[in-house]
Ligand binder design. Structure first.
Ligand code: 87F
Length: 511
């Protein structure tokens, strides 16, 4: 992909340097400000950056190549990591028969309104309507029951990359809450709980790495409350991110230990070494294209998208700046040579040789698309055998001698990646508020904080917190109890019930 434009444009460049008509430099840029009107700002960014196109079915969005390339980079990382863990890819059908869906009706009951059904083919009604998968437990586990006979069939560790459909009714948001989305879903079965427990955390660590190392977003690893866990499972772990602009927490990905609940329902049994019958221990885990939405919200600014270098399909955009009487061919050749040198070093670089846009227009355009580093080459740069590099994240500019181009660009990209994370973490940390009492809690909630509070860990108390904070902004709920627990002094009381606190838990409004 890097340098893909180069050859075609070189031909244009050698055409003599006479500029074709330059497009009117209006209509570019973001009209809403991130701090003033966050929701509108977000909608504008995802469209103008060419991540998303709206579609004529509410809650469904077109993922354009700029978004898909981010997804593919994360996918390449995650897929390789799970293969190292001996997890294999597979693909199960999109459709679910009603009988199988009903089988786990206990936990499906709450989700039932979100299940979409196919009821017709052409003009005729189907004899039996068919559901579209909202998740694949009921699709896959009947076959786990068939495939698992003895201890030698374990562990069974499968993953699939696919789409799922959940017919949500609350306000749809591109990437964050859509009716169809892409994800991976892992479904594994073990002979022992200890193996399942270990995998839950191994996968959660991969999710942390996706957020922190790739998307440059700080997350908290922790355990969900009984109310917020996946009802069909034993316990749920998650990585939780936070959006400072609207003070909402957002679940980044989940890794569940299902215990033996599904094994019971689907009769997934095996015979152990001693010939005794046992039931498998299962996990399931997923992350989705929601990751991209969190990235837009955390890093984007008033000029548009800001891409962390690790997930940018174009890390460096090279723009020729030919003044009227300049050596246009020399400048274009220097741009091509720059792209070639960077590409050879494994940096994803591309030149923008379009002859119907001015350099200034191109700057704004690539800023809106979030490209981490811009390289400008004009007459002065050509004369001095240097290039000018401009960072997307903080607008800082430096001149780089062409002799040390690759080395310095690499260094800058690393710095941008690190700095995006550091800035995001500073902002997140500035929103964390530790509270001890109900009054402090209500005040912090009003200030849109990420609240850390000592809690008695009782379901009724969480229900009560929800009821007491209900309002047009949405109720507060627990986000997770972080694995990394601050010290809880003897005698600390629950912020909501006054009973003895058992743990520190994060609370807030959330997506
Ligand atoms: C919507 C309709 C029907 C979520 C649903 O988190 C069923 C469901 O089971 C449903 N929405 N869920 C929970 C999904 C649990 C679990 N599945 C595998 C995951 C990770 C991947």
């Amino acid at each position: 992909m890097a340098g893909g434009d180069t050859k075609k444009s070189k031909a244009n460049a050698s055409g003599g340097g006479k500029k074709k008509e330059v497009k009117k430099e209006t209509g570019l840029g973001i009209t809403n400000r991130k701090d003033d009107n966050f929701g509108e700002w977000y909608s504008e960014v995802v469209v103008n950056a060419e991540l998303i196109e709206y579609y004529d079915i509410s809650g469904c969005y077109i993922l354009r190549p700029w978004a898909m390339s981010i997804w593919e980079i994360m996918q390449t990382f995650f897929d390789a990591e799970i293969k190292k863990m001996n997890i294999q890819n597979c693909y199960f059908p999109l459709f679910v028969s009603p009988g199988v869906l009903q089988k786990e009706k206990d936990h499906v009951e709450g989700f039932a309104p979100e299940v979409a059904w196919v009821t017709k083919s052409g003009e005729s009604d189907l004899e039996v309507p068919i559901a579209i998968r909202p998740t694949s437990e009921t699709v896959m586990y009947p076959y786990y029951s068939k495939w698992i006979r003895g201890h030698r069939d374990l562990p069974l560790k499968l993953n699939q990359w696919c789409n799922v459909v959940r017919w949500e009714f609350s306000n749809p948001t591109p990437f964050i809450r859509s009716r169809e989305f892409l994800w991976q879903e892992g479904h594994t079965a073990f002979a022992t709980k200890a193996e399942a427990d270990a995998e839950v955390l191994d996968v959660l660590e991969l999710y942390r790495r996706i957020y922190e190392e790739f998307l440059a977003i700080p997350v908290v690893k922790g355990k969900k409350s009984e109310l917020e866990k996946f009802a069909g499972g034993l316990y749920t772990t998650s990585v939780e991110a936070f959006i400072p602009n609207n003070g909402r927490g957002i679940q980044g990905a989940t890794s569940h230990c299902l215990g033996q609940n599904f094994a019971k329902m689907f009769e997934i049994n095996f015979e152990d070494e001693k010939g005794e019958k046992g039931m498998v221990w299962q996990n399931s885990w997923a992350y989705s294209t929601r990751t991209i939405g969190v990235m837009v919200m955390v890093h984007g600014d008033d000029k548009g998208l800001v891409l962390p270098p690790k997930v940018a399909s174009v890390q460096v955009i090279v723009i020729p700046v030919p003044y009227k009487d300049a050596d246009t061919k020399g400048i274009f050749d220097a741009c091509s040579a720059t792209v070639d040198a960077l590409s050879e070093a494994g940096i994803r670089a591309k030149a923008d040789f379009r002859d119907n846009y001015s350099p200034g227009w191109k700057y704004s355009n690539w800023e809106m698309k979030g490209v981490p580093l811009r390289i400008e080459i004009g007459p002065k740069d050509l004369a001095n055998n240097q290039v000018r590099a401009v960072r997307r994240d903080n607008s800082s500019k430096i001149d780089i001698p062409r002799a040390s181009l690759v080395e310095q660009v690499k260094e800058m990209l690393d710095k941008i990646q690190q700095s995006l994370f550091d800035v995001a973490k500073q902002k997140r940390d500035a929103c964390v508020q530790t509270v001890k009492t109900w009054d402090e809690f209500v005040e912090a909630l009003g200030q849109r904080k990420l609240i850390l509070a000592p809690w008695c860990d009782e379901e009724e108390v969480e229900k009560d917190v929800k009821a007491r904070t209900k309002g047009e902004m949405g109720a507060a709920k627990s986000l997770c109890s972080p694995f990394d627990q601050p010290e809880l002094p003897e005698g600390t009381k629950c912020f909501a019930s006054g009973k003895p606190a058992k743990k520190w838990t994060y609370w807030g409004r959330s997506y």
